[in-house]
Design a binder for this molecule. Structure first.
Ligand code: NAG
Ligand code: NAG
Length: 362
């Protein structure tokens, strides 16, 4: 019982997709705003304002931020979206939309609507107060209204048209509905469930397009079988990978199958249909797997356990001031049992910059 509730709790919390982004050089990118959607990989603190349980506004989260103050990011420091806006020369951090201190003026350069624990399947968020994707889209429309009020219709339209939109979701759906409580997979098969998730993702892209978005980066799944929590726990039982600390290859294959459908079946027709838009597939699987399997290349010493606590299970409330924390988080790929360190997020950001950003925003 204890193990089962600990697991489900952990899975609900887990983020979904590693957000990834950014690139080098500033001046050549004619882009002035970034809007992010999805899960904890891009949540800059929205969850602080919807409930206190699924949040990370407590130490040791945020301890490596310049202020050393936790603001609700699920990492020790910056997220990929923060590195992205920095690389684009826009600002140092992409703020949370629900932060009461966020001004209308801040909105002109973008904000994050993402919410830790969110996903593409209603079931993922049904029992939690986190912001599901439809709510995040509603909030964006509200933000767009504020922008229009501030700068007028025409200028607002141009800002959104030239903004970069990032969607990072799907991991929580898999963790929760495919691995932890596989009811969806029993109903639909794994492949059928992935198709279901991808249909929902497609409709998020279409909705953003209808509101005016024209540059949209869509993140795939990470190698879910390499998340420390998944190495530790299979479903409600300890995983056979636990003691050996090696990735779960079956789950990684599921991630690859999803990514391949996204990249080859879902996005190309969308790109054709949504005229004037640029829609890019953001491959986070490849760089995360590379970091996990070639630690030395990135200066990492530990890529199968998180830095926080035992590194096997702790995330969210379980990663707190009472647990020990590793000495050098920059040597860790994972900050907690699900989320990357800022060192890992920064690599994703660079990868995004090198592979996709130029196409999207020029
Ligand atoms: C940047 O975008 C604005 C708005 O569309 C446009 O007016 C301007 O010419 C663009 N500048 C460059 C260098 O592409
Ligand atoms: C991490 O560092 C320890 C101590 O220096 C070493 O024994 C171990 O092999 C290193 N692990 C990796 C993955 O580099």
């Amino acid at each position: 019982m204890a193990s089962s509730s600990a697991t489900s709790f952990v899975l609900i919390l887990s983020f979904a997709c590693y957000l990834s982004l950014p690139i080098p050089i500033t001046a050549s990118y004619n882009i002035s705003a970034v809007f992010a959607f999805g899960d904890s990989t891009a949540d800059a603190g929205n969850n602080n304002h919807v409930n206190s349980f699924f949040s990370s506004d407590h130490l040791p989260y945020g301890r490596d931020l310049p202020s050393h103050v936790p603001r609700g990011r699920f990492s020790n420091g910056k997220l990929s979206t923060d590195y992205l806006v920095d690389i684009l020369g826009i600002k140092d951090f992409l703020p949370a939309y629900l932060d009461p201190k966020l001004t209308d003026n801040d909105l002109l350069t973008g904000a994050s609507f993402a919410s830790g624990g969110s996903g593409l399947d209603k079931r993922t968020t049904a029992l939690t107060p986190v912001l599901d994707l439809p709510t995040q889209l509603d909030l964006f429309e509200q933000a767009f209204k504020r922008i229009r009020k501030l700068v007028g219709e025409e200028k607002a339209r141009v800002i959104v048209e030239n903004a970069l939109f990032v969607i990072s979701a799907g991991t929580n759906d898999m963790l929760y509905n495919a691995y932890s409580f596989p009811t969806r997979v029993i109903e639909l098969t794994m492949s059928g469930y992935q198709d279901f998730l991808l249909k929902n993702l497609e409709s998020v892209v279409e909705k953003l397009y209808r509101v005016g978005a024209r540059k949209i980066a869509v993140t795939g799944l990470p190698p879910i079988g390499c998340l420390p929590i998944q190495i530790t726990v299979d479903n409600i039982f300890p995983s056979p990978h636990w003691l050996r600390r090696e990735c779960n290859d079956d789950q990684n294959r599921d991630s690859q199958a999803y990514n391949s459908k996204l990249n080859s079946q879902i996005l190309p027709p969308l790109q054709t249909r949504l005229r004037g838009a640029k829609i890019g597939y953001l491959n986070i699987y490849k760089p995360i797997l590379d970091m996990a399997t070639n630690p030395a290349k990135y200066g990492f010493n530990q890529t199968h356990q998180g830095c926080c606590g035992t590194g096997l299970l702790e995330i969210g409330p379980l990663c707190n001031v009472l647990v020990p924390v590793c000495l050098h988080s920059s040597k860790y790929l994972f900050w907690d049992a699900v989320h990357l360190t800022q060192a890992g997020y920064s690599v994703l950001a660079d990868y995004f910059g090198k592979t996709l950003l130029t196409y999207l925003i020029n």
